[in-house]
Ligand binder design. Structure first.
Ligand code: ASP
Ligand code: MG
Length: 474
């Protein structure tokens, strides 16, 4: 069996949905010689939907009724556009259209209760963000059904049993395996394609949880491992894992084969085609993972296995992440201590925010934190609350310093004798890039820089050239 996972851009609009259905049909009805015949689909929310759901919840908590109503209306029309364009059978169209309307009506009710309470908990946010995957799974299942595939949409709240860590819940393998064996295996045996929501789960008591942003890859890996899949295929919008973002460097090359450890490294550094937690479940079961492009399905993509081919190309990769904010918090005098830095990080983590990078400057008495721009206002609020009511009334200048980006250069042993880190430093020095913070792994195979956002494209292009990735024929 192959687990096919389709990300948000792969189901971003009417045309993309239709294209995903074609891919599923191709592999399910007419698999290449020797390929497994059975398939299971894991699907993300339509691109951007989870962000909008979160924006709506935050607006509700602040009592901005018109904002969350507008978001609900926008989500309704986005999903109904797909239903109306792709479902020709009027009974199916009515049924799925009705389901979309009902679910979004529930969402609005939920927003209203968040507004009444004036508070958004991590638990409440998980219920809100679970709507995106629920909608896309039902729509994709209906499109496939209409095209003659026997399918069943299933909410992972029925299957993925997790702990209660709302916002980044940890799947509990044994109960999850039991449910998948009971509920999903018999469907597959009957030739039905299960279409399962990524990203979400539920506690044993049935309370909705999520596995963390971009967690659908992780869902696919857990499901693949639990059911003993032959392979897990992550369908994204680029030709696998590349030497750089192809939107910045059109000549970027696909890394054709990687070991699990190398891929985990790249994912950890933010290669957004792969969630970092995806690797572990497949490693334990030795299941090959492929990163493929739903926009270019004939490209072989990147294959991730225990032992890559000896003659594969060995190249470093440059991973860039934009849309980040640099926040600084500190004290005017020298009362800033490591304990306060630890407290700031702890509060943010408890509230479910990722701090992508941080640097502590003892001479400036402050801590610089890199967070997602979308989270910035909330992180500021949490820090203000944490420090205002404490003994730390000398906090000063808690605020956003600038828009930031991170660039990580991740090498593989054997690429170059002196390693990738010194090459990267040399290149940045030549270009005069302003480096705000640096983080380097002890292995010397990787290094991350935080730089001003407006310098990111030029810097990535320059690094790609300086590291010899454009001319390399390896
Ligand atoms: N829809 C979720 C997100 O945007 C999960 C995913 O796309 O993998 O984070
Ligand atoms: Mg993704």
């Amino acid at each position: 069996m192959i687990v096919h996972k389709f990300g948000g851009t792969s189901v971003g609009d009417v045309h993309r949905f239709s294209n995903v259905a074609d891919i599923v049909i191709k592999y399910h009805h007419d698999p290449p010689v020797g390929a497994p015949e059975e398939s299971l689909v894991v699907v993300s929310a339509m691109g951007g939907v989870t962000n909008r759901l979160i924006d709506g919840a935050r607006a509700a908590a602040e009592g901005q009724d018109s904002v969350y109503r507008e978001i609900k209306a926008h989500l309704l029309s986005r999903h109904l556009d797909v239903v109306e364009a792709l479902l020709n059978n009027s009974a199916e169209r009515l049924e799925v259209g009705g389901l979309v309307e009902d679910r979004l009506h529930d969402l609005e009710r939920l927003y209203r209760s968040i507004a009444v309470l004036g508070e958004l908990t991590a638990r409440g946010l998980d219920v809100v963000t679970s709507f995106g995957e629920q909608l896309s799974a039902h729509i994709l299942a209906a499109v496939l059904r209409e095209r003659g595939v026997r399918v069943q949409a299933i909410s992972a709240t029925e299957l993925m049993v997790t702990d209660e860590h709302f916002g980044s819940a940890v799947p509990l393998m044994e109960p999850t395996r039991e449910r998948l064996e009971e509920q999903v295996k018999p469907l597959i045996a009957r030739g039905v394609v299960p279409v399962i929501t990524g990203y979400i789960g539920a506690t044993e008591e049935g309370v909705t949880t999520t596995l963390g942003r971009s967690g659908s890859d992780y869902s696919a890996a857990i499901i693949g491992a639990a059911l003993g899949a032959d392979e897990v295929w992550i369908w994204s919008d680029v030709d696998g894992i590349l030497t750089a973002d192809p939107n910045i460097v059109p000549q970027a090359k696909t890394l054709d084969e990687l070991s699990y450890a190398e891929a985990a490294d790249l994912a950890y550094f933010g290669a957004d085609v792969l969630h970092p937690k995806t690797i572990r479940p497949v490693v334990e079961n030795g299941i090959p993972l492929r990163i493929l492009n739903s926009f270019n399905p004939d490209h072989p993509g990147t294959l991730i296995v225990e032992q890559p081919r000896e003659d594969r190309a060995v190249l470093p990769a440059i991973i860039s992440t934009t849309g980040l904010s640099l926040i600084a918090i500190g004290s005017e005098d020298d009362s800033w201590t490591l304990r306060m830095a630890a407290q700031a990080l702890q509060r943010l983590s408890e509230a479910g925010f990722d701090v992508l990078m941080f640097s502590q400057s003892l001479s400036e008495h402050n801590l610089n934190l890199v967070v997602r721009e979308q989270d910035q206002a909330h992180c500021l609020k949490i820090l203000r609350r944490a420090f205002d009511y404490d003994e730390l009334d000398s906090v000063y200048n808690l605020g956003v310093k600038e828009k930031a980006a991170t660039i990580s250069v991740v090498g593989v042993p054997g690429w170059n004798d002196t390693g990738v880190v010194s090459h990267a430093f040399l290149a940045l020095g030549k270009r005069n890039t302003r480096v705000i913070a640096v983080a380097q792994a002890a292995t010397e195979h990787s290094v991350s820089f935080c730089i001003p956002e407006e310098q990111v494209a030029d810097t990535v292009l320059f690094l790609h050239r300086e590291l010899g990735l454009e001319v390399s024929s390896q």
